[in-house]
Ligand binder design. Structure first.
Ligand SMILES: [Zn+2]
Length: 238
């Protein structure tokens, strides 16, 4: 038997009463068949929920089959309303999509485990999701340069260009850019250390602008957009 610990990112129905869960572990994504998990009397009925942090014991070569399991952290209460549900879905979809790419899964999993309690506990959870989206850019190797002008190394009063993935000073303004206020907020989130502090100081006024920056960045540099994003727009208006 093999043992894995990870976060459930997705589940699909398998035959009538079973499910396959996709677990994000230190080694990346693995699929595990859970026999009879949809039956009311199944001991795994509460296990197979998206975002639960679980330890599983599996056997089987091609298809891993669950033999035993325990829930380390039940995260089903993370969702309190439709907006949060959709935002969390957007985040989970993003992690799942890039889980099959080669990057530092250890680091990302560690970060997800730190960010989930924050999202769970807060009404103002959106900046924490942004934080994950920004830090993932670094892991995917398309990290933005947020500190110096690309043309002259100036470090003050900079603005940000998505296409260049970089800052510029007022003497080298690109055609299209995000303001210094948005850049400073993005910088705070990108370099945020959850070990040191948990309070984010960002004016809610800039949240729609950061959303726009992230959407454009993922679209331009990774050709990615989540399915949940469209629904989110209908709910939050941007
Ligand atoms: Zn410059």
């Amino acid at each position: 038997m093999e043992e894995y610990t990870g976060i459930i990112l997705k589940k699909i129905s398998y035959k009538e009463s079973s499910e396959i869960i996709y677990l994000y572990t230190l080694d990346g994504l693995i699929g595990v068949l859970v026999h009879g998990s949809k039956k009311m009397k199944s001991p795994f009925l509460n296990l197979t929920k998206v975002l639960n942090y679980v330890k599983v014991f599996v056997s089987g070569k091609n298809l891993k089959v669950l033999r035993d399991a325990e829930i380390i952290e039940n995260n089903t209460s993370i969702v309190t309303d439709l907006e949060k549900y959709t935002y969390v879905t957007h985040m989970v979809e993003l992690i799942y999509y890039f889980a099959t790419h080669e990057h530092d899964h250890d680091k990302l999993l560690g970060f997800i485990l730190k960010i989930i309690p924050e999202i769970k506990a807060r009404a103002d959870y959106i900046p924490y999701i942004y934080m994950l989206e920004l830090k993932l850019l670094y892991l995917l190797g398309v990290n933005p340069n947020l500190k110096t002008c690309l043309s002259c190394d100036e470090t003050k009063e900079l603005v940000f260009s998505v296409k260049d993935g970089s800052c510029f000073c007022k003497n080298h303004l690109p055609d299209d850019y995000f303001s210094n206020e948005v850049l400073e907020a993005v910088k705070q989130l990108y370099y945020f250390d959850l070990e040191k502090t948990r309070e984010i100081e960002i004016n809610s006024r800039v949240l729609p602008e950061i959303r726009k920056l992230l959407d454009e960045y993922y679209d331009y540099h990774l050709n990615y957009h989540s399915k949940a994003r469209k629904m989110l727009k209908g709910l939050i208006g941007y």
